[in-house]
Design a protein around this ligand. Structure first.
Ligand SMILES: Cc1cc2nc3c(=O)[nH]c(=O)nc-3n(C[C@H](O)[C@H](O)[C@H](O)COP(=O)(O)OP(=O)(O)OC[C@H]3O[C@@H](n4cnc5c(N)ncnc54)[C@H](O)[C@@H]3O)c2cc1C
Length: 394
């Protein structure tokens, strides 16, 4: 079999793999980025980009382009139908990006792919990693393209290949955690009016949760938990969710559905982010509930941190052992995200009148405490978690 050589092989060109590729291009690291899909995914999925992610993407020359296409929202509000419980101000975040930026994931991915092309790089599409075998100073990856197989021999292999990562499986790293019983409904819809135009609105109700947030193209992202969500939720399904869970005094009417999906959610964390010369990031390393919109954001920050360390290790400016700083910074961050989104999901899905009353009391109390509001906003924005500042330049 033909063998090609590279310093770094990134498997998976989702947002995480693309962000790492940009970072490596900017540092002049020779690498290959492959994805089994012939084309980038064109679905909406992750809809929010947080302040810490934008700060991380700024040196990559991407943040301003995302902002130009996105919609800035200033707050995140939790209500029990029409009763306000907690209002989190994002316009007072200690960041140059004091807001929640709404942008569908396919548009975020398009911006990242454009930047790779601008830097002279490419995504090798239709290339599937079939097997990964670790060697002393790297790994041999057998890839398949158009029915033909060849080997890519890389000094480092980064698994940015999503939840079912072949890199994680080859490394034998455990993916510890569990699945949620509920499934999530996701839809981008046109509404006759906004519940609140400038905020992410999270409505609790005895029937469960519904989240409504405006997107830049005039649609609204609707997310809800259901015991057994339909595969492709219809306009009537979304309307029923809004009628039974959303604002009652000024109800919204769903005009049409631009995109809808359901997905099942797990909360899992890789026991380690590294095995020798194999590294994991993004959904390959951690998956969790979409509550708080953290999935893609956490993966992108992983990539930017790794993109600071790996070039130094490849060039020999840092000792190989220092690559472990990546896991030291980012695994605890994922632990916090999993814990936080799990808590938010439990709050949102609390059953029984006593539990719900207790939950609402706690949230109202937190609303009266500016420090509590600020702390929750810092956590949701990612700013409370370590990222770049602890990576000292060589
Ligand atoms: C329906 C849906 C809705 C979502 N909604 C939200 C949301 O509201 N908020 C949020 O934060 N997150 C959401 N997510 C999660 C979010 O999409 C992920 O967290 C994010 O895409 C992770 O990025 P990633 O680059 O790590 O992995 P992925 O985006 O999964 O990319 C992995 C890439 O690896 C490629 N690949 C896999 N195996 C191989 C192989 N063997 N060889 C070559 N290539 C391979 C895949 O083709 C894919 O392109 C949602 C996900 C789904 C499916």
């Amino acid at each position: 079999m033909k063998t090609e050589f590279t310093d770094v092989l990134i498997i998976g060109a989702g947002p995480t793999g693309m962000a790492l590729s940009i970072a490596l291009h900017l540092r002049g690291v020779e690498h290959v980025l492959i994805d089994r899909l012939e084309q980038g995914q064109n679905t909406s999925r992750a809809g929010v980009i947080h302040a810490q992610t934008l700060e991380s993407l700024r040196p990559l020359g991407v943040a301003e382009r995302l902002i130009a296409r996105g919609l800035k929202l200033s707050s995140f509000a939790i209500r029990d139908r029409d009763t306000p419980l907690l209002q989190l101000p994002f316009d007072r975040l200690p960041s140059v990006y004091p807001y929640l930026l709404m942008l569908p994931q396919d548009m975020t991915e398009a911006v990242l792919a454009e930047r790779i092309a601008e830097l002279g790089g490419c995504i090798r599409r239709g290339v599937t990693a079939v097997s990964v075998n670790q060697e002393e100073r790297g790994a041999r990856v057998v890839v398949s393209q158009n029915g033909e197989r060849h080997v890519i021999s890389a000094g480092w292999v980064v698994g940015a290949d999503g939840m079912h990562s072949v890199v994680r499986q080859a490394s034998g790293i455990e993916f510890e955690g569990d699945s949620y019983a509920e499934s999530f409904v996701l839809a981008d819809v046109h509404l006759d009016r906004a519940p609140a135009p400038d905020e992410v609105s999270l409505f609790f109700s005895p029937d469960g949760l519904v989240v409504v947030a405006p997107l830049p193209n005039g649609t609204f992202r609707v997310v809800a938990t259901l015991d057994d969500a339909p595969e492709a939720p219809t306009r009537e399904d979304i309307q029923a969710l809004l009628d039974t869970r959303g604002p009652a005094q000024r109800p919204c009417r769903v005009v049409d559905v631009a995109w809808s999906s359901r997905f099942r959610v797990h909360h899992r964390l890789a026991a380690s982010y590294r095995s020798g010369r194999l590294l994991l990031m993004g959904d390959a390393a951690h998956v969790h509930s979409p509550a708080g919109g953290q999935g893609m954001n956490t993966g992108i920050v992983d990539a930017v941190v790794l993109g600071q360390l790996l070039p130094d290790v490849v060039s020999g400016a840092r000792a190989e052992a220092q690559i472990d700083l990546y896991q030291q910074l980012r695994r605890p961050a994922a632990e916090q995200v999993i814990e936080q989104s799990h808590r938010l999901t439990q709050l949102a899905t609390a059953r029984g009148p006593v539990r719900r009353a207790l939950r609402n009391t706690v949230l109202r109390l937190a609303d009266g405490l500016p420090r509590a509001r600020r702390s929750i906003a810092l956590n949701l924005s990612g700013l409370a978690r370590a990222s770049l500042s602890r990576v000292q330049p060589c």
